[in-house]
Design a protein around this ligand. Structure first.
Ligand code: MN
Length: 224
């Protein structure tokens, strides 16, 4: 108990400096700093000859907010709409992803393309709902999602005549060849693995866009 106060001091190994176990005595100091930088607390309970319990405590965070495309983009909810001054029809991409870092990266990549705009959903069911509502031209689907998986969402989309035609690209952290094969067999247009490789990603996206008959978006504009 009398040594616990020294535990989080740098290079203080509480007299174990000459022992067999390697170390420099900074691990707990770094841990404490990281925990506190994130607004948390760290503590320890220790019984000599029995063991020690280290604990960390953090505030719960709220789920990321739903993002509808980019700020100030009034055309976000108009699939197939022609951008002013351009002949290219604007294509809509729906990205279903629960990881904010991946979402931010894809948002940046899509923002470079004036012919594309992005809709975002943070879980599989929301993705299916938005796909039915907005009929995007292409869907990017994370596999490991809260609620239903990317495979489950694909099954629903394929079973619904209004969304069955939309090419769906899988984006998964699981790079095992058997999983990739399973993804292609399930009906994904492409199965891309994370971390996202920008060239491969844009190429696959363009292939998916090219696979859509030009008529479909024209028809949609006409019937809107
Ligand atoms: Mn995920």
């Amino acid at each position: 108990a009398e040594q616990i106060g020294q535990l989080f001091q740098p290079f203080n190994r509480l007299g174990r400096d000459t022992g067999q176990e390697e170390g420099t005595g900074i691990g707990l100091v770094v841990t404490k700093q990281l925990v506190e930088l994130m607004g948390g607390t760290i503590g320890v309970e220790s019984i000599v000859g029995v063991g020690s319990v280290f604990w960390v405590e953090f505030s719960a965070s709220s789920a990321p907010a739903l993002v509808f495309g980019h700020e100030g983009d009034a055309r976000v909810l108009q699939p197939g709409m022609t951008e002013q001054g351009h002949d290219l029809p604007r294509r809509t991409v729906l990205y279903v992803e629960d990881n904010p870092a991946n979402m931010a990266l894809v948002e940046q990549l899509i923002a470079r393309r004036s012919d594309l705009h992005l809709l975002c959903a943070i879980d599989g069911l929301q993705g299916v709902t938005m796909a039915r509502e907005h009929l995007p031209d292409v869907i990017l689907m994370d596999i490991n999602l809260p609620g239903i998986s990317g495979f489950g969402a694909l099954t629903i989309l394929r079973g619904d005549p209004t969304t069955a035609h939309i090419p769906v690209l899988a984006l998964s952290a699981n790079a095992i060849p058997r999983e990739v094969e399973k993804g292609i067999n399930a009906g994904f247009f492409r199965y891309l693995t994370k971390p996202i490789k920008v060239d491969e990603f844009m190429e696959a996206l363009d292939l998916a866009l090219a696979s859509i008959p030009a008529k479909s978006s024209d028809l949609r504009v006409g019937s809107a």
